[in-house]
Design a binder for this molecule. Sequence first.
Ligand SMILES: Cc1cc2nc3c(=O)[nH]c(=O)nc-3n(C[C@H](O)[C@H](O)[C@H](O)COP(=O)(O)O)c2cc1C
Length: 145
Amino acid sequence: MPKVLVVYATRTGETQSIADLVAEGIRFSGAEAVVTNINDIKTEADLQGYDGLVFGSATYHGDMMQKMKTMLFLAEKAGLEGKVGGAFGAFGWSGEAPDRIFDTMKNIFKMDMVSAPLRLKSSMLGGGTKMAQDYGREIAAKLGE
Ligand SMILES: Cc1cc2nc3c(=O)[nH]c(=O)nc-3n(C[C@H](O)[C@H](O)[C@H](O)COP(=O)(O)O)c2cc1C
């Protein structure tokens, strides 16, 4: 069974809720999903052994959270080329973080990215729950390509 790691960086829990829903969508599609708080990613080995990786951060002050920046430097050394990838995050009005994470995974790590990052104001608003689950389904579908 393909295995996907979902890592989230959050301050008030919204991006964690999205991570859980993305993981649900992955599991609905028959793949395994492991959801991890970014605080538990200590070395590049923690990012290895997965077929897909999905990274999420909330946007603060027009940027991803500092912990996600630090983790992306670890990820650079983890040998993620060709792995399926996606990026997501909660935001209030500008939502830069998911785009920046997505572009790094695509351009630096050379991952096999889904069509676009997932930006949600809230998992509870505007169909957010379904959009997050569908993002998980899209990740799982790409694993099968
Ligand atoms: C001090 C502060 C700064 C913020 N800066 C931004 C920002 O620059 N752009 C944006 O889209 N949202 C911004 N937000 C809104 C958060 O991204 C939003 O509340 C999000 O849901 C938080 O996600 P989290 O619960 O995963 O931490 C800011 C919120 C706070 C409290």
